[in-house]
Design a protein around this ligand. Structure first.
Ligand code: ADP
Ligand code: MG
Length: 648
């Protein structure tokens, strides 16, 4: 049974719907149609433009109208001539299999007598602008005293345009028993006043996100290799220094994994999914609203309650299973008239889905390429220049200027600018230079060390192992494999970081002998495993230093300074870290005391970003979401589901 049939629509409508090519009802249709069909009620529906409101009232209206009775039974008021014609046209298409049903458009700028004549011939439905309708009533050209339904479409627009008096007057000319259906994108006081005055106990429907057909959202896709998805995400973030985004993944597991990777790579990210408790989710949302989180990685279900304005980007890290869900995702951005971008990271094999989505959103995608390292450097550099320009000077700094001037004395303005900007620029260029080599075993491999090192129980030990994504491991699968093969406990293997052809992981020093003896030479389906102890230990096991800052990967190492610092300084082996490296030169206290900064050189904000990072570590659910997959979502999930997104 098709979804429209399930809503209770009859055969002639279903046929028309088929002709129109509508496959599934939109949200407002799903909510409004059954109510309007089953109940003889007033209704207030709040939904943005492009959400399919015309059919939401049009379908049930057509089904309820008696086409054998030629009298006027319904009046639809709409703000403009264009909309009036559009609605008329839609209603005509919807009712094309309903014999005897006539719809007439009534609007200014065309012959009023011709319109009156059409109505006389028998029009069950009149679609009108308020001004012209009032005119017709005044001239006695139309009788709406016996209508059963009055629909106020785009009520907020009509009132904005100053039609309040006309509407009140027109409604006064209709019978009290008629039902009023009011559709509006927003609910300003005037609309509420109309509702209160002319409606009795209306059913209320809210659709929290607009269809991405909305002009404020632009849609882009980036075609990448499956294994480059994450790298693509990072580059997109780097290319948008002020990004404030929701990143959608398909599963809880991916959501958690992507968020964790982002955090480890120094981004201000957090996960939002059904395995978190309500309190944890509230905490994440609070940080997101407060902008301590720039990238919220979420599942579709968990993101339903998100009602945050000013989201700059929605990123489809993976496309949803149900293409229709795309709408719900992209509607998170471009709210309240702001511009937004909906990005799809897609692989070649999924490309055909783009045209399916285009059909649904009735908007074209722009194909884009992931910015190159150089482009990102440029963007970040300009961003920095602008930031310098806009920075307000705190005059406390005057105290330090004599000393600083002494150091910089003799440099020309040009030299000074060049040097200042280079402080930042060098890091980017350095990072992206290395980045290019990353596809192979590249610089990362130098993390391996043959130098012997004293190993003690209680100390974390980091290993390099020659298996990775190429062997179909993700970090969770590798962790499981290691635990099983080595017969270790749940938390004994940690900081698993899977690269293409190799991986890193940690155990406590007490397991090192076991790891080395069992794993070295282990035959994995004909592949011989080789494991070596890495020079770095991948950070402390709690993954938090005393500042509560996450100390993942080599960053953790470097932060702890002196003796464990890897040989190359900022040129040494590093993880995916990006622009953080230089920060490590700063003393610890200085770093952690630094207030959080918005935007800017993102990776530079590694220290300020500790807030969400550490929050995430403390607050989030157990790391392995797979361990909780069988846990019922429970009340909190329901609560999130029923929480209605606020109107923007
Ligand atoms: P609104 O009045 O809420 O702004 P419309 O009713 O004008 O939205 O619908 C926007 C567009 O979406 C129209 O072109 C309409 O034909 C189309 N549309 C409506 N419902 C569906 C549906 N269920 N599936 C596909 N397209 C639809
Ligand atoms: Mg409309």
């Amino acid at each position: 049974m098709n979804k429209f049939e399930q809503l209770g629509l009859n055969e002639s409508l279903l046929l028309a719907i088929k002709d129109l090519g509508f496959e599934n009802p939109s949200e407002v249709q799903e909510k409004a149609i059954p109510v309007l069909l089953e109940q003889n009620t007033d209704l207030v529906a709040l939904a943005q433009t492009g959400t399919g409101k015309t059919a939401a009232f049009g379908f049930p209206l057509i089904q309820k109208i008696d086409a054998e009775d030629r009298s006027t039974q319904a009046l639809i008021l709409s703000p403009t001539r264009e909309l009036c014609l559009q609605i008329t046209n839609e209603i005509k298409q919807y009712s094309k299999y309903v014999k005897g049903l006539h719809t007439v458009a009534v609007y200014g700028g065309a012959s009023i007598t011709e319109q009156a004549r059409e109505i006389k011939r028998g029009a069950q439905v009149i679609v009108a602008t308020p001004g012209r309708m009032q005119d017709m009533i005044n001239r006695g050209l139309v009788n709406i005293k016996n209508i059963s339904y009055c629909i106020l479409d785009e009520a907020d627009e009509m009132l904005n345009m100053g039609f309040y008096d006309d509407i009140v007057s027109i409604l006064s000319d209709t019978p009290d028993e008629k039902k009023t259906w009011l559709f509006s994108a927003t609910m300003p006081a005037e609309v509420a006043r109309i509702a209160k005055k002319f409606m009795a106990d209306p059913v209320e429907i809210t659709v929290g996100h607009k269809n991405s057909g909305s002009a404020t959202v632009s849609h882009e896709f980036y075609c990448v290799n499956a294994r480059d998805r994450y790298e693509a995400l990072k580059r997109l973030a780097d290319a948008n220094p002020d990004i404030f985004s929701v990143v959608f993944c398909r599963t809880k597991r991916d959501t958690q994994a992507v968020a964790e990777k982002l955090i480890e790579d120094g981004y201000s990210a957090a996960a939002l999914h059904g395995d978190l408790s309500q309190a944890q989710r509230d905490g994440v949302m609070k940080s997101f609203r407060g902008r301590q989180i720039q990238m919220l990685v979420a599942t579709d279900v968990a993101a339903r309650g998100i009602d945050v304005d000013n989201i700059t980007h929605v990123v489809n890290y993976q496309l949803p299973d149900e293409i229709e869900t795309y709408n719900h995702r992209s509607g998170r951005t471009g709210r309240a008239g702001k511009l937004g971008t909906s990005i799809v990271i897609i692989t070649k094999s999924e490309l055909r889905k783009i045209s399916s989505i285009e059909r649904i959103i009735q908007q074209k995608f722009q194909e884009k390429t992931i910015p190159s390292g150089i482009e990102i450097c440029e963007i970040q550099l300009l961003h920095l220049a602008n930031k310098i320009k806009d920075t307000e000077v705190d005059h406390e700094i005057d105290n330090y200027l004599p000393a600083i001037n002494e150091v910089l004395d003799g440099l020309s303005k040009e030299e000074l600018i060049k040097k200042m900007v280079s402080v930042e620029f060098n890091r980017f260029i350095e990072y992206y230079k290395k980045k290019r080599d990353l596809s192979g075993d590249g610089g990362q491999r130098s993390e391996r060390s043959s130098e012997p090192r004293e190993i003690r129980a209680g100390d974390p030990v980091r290993y390099f192992v020659n298996i990775g994504a190429r062997d179909d491991f993700d970090w969770m699968q590798l962790k499981d494999f290691l635990k099983e093969t080595l017969d270790l406990g749940r938390d004994d293997v940690f900081k698993v970081d899977v690269k293409e052809g190799f991986s890193f992981f940690n155990t406590d020093g007490e397991h090192t002998e076991k790891v080395m003896s069992i794993l070295n030479g282990y035959d994995m389906n004909g592949r011989r495993i080789n494991v070596e102890i890495s020079k770095n230990d991948g950070g402390s096991r709690e993954r938090r230093d005393h500042n509560g800052r996450s100390s993942g990967g080599f960053r953790g190492d470097r932060n702890s300074g002196g003796e464990r610092r890897s040989s190359g300084g900022s040129f040494g082996p590093r993880k995916e870290g990006g622009f953080r490296s230089d920060r490590n030169d700063a003393p610890r206290g200085e770093r952690s005391d630094r207030p959080r900064r918005e935007g800017g050189f993102n990776r530079d904000s590694a220290a300020p970003k500790r807030a969400p990072g550490s929050f995430q570590r403390e607050e989030r659910a157990p790391r392995r979401s797979s361990e909780n997959n069988d846990r019922p979502a429970g009340r909190s999930f329901e609560a999130a589901k029923s929480r209605r997104p606020r109107k923007s």
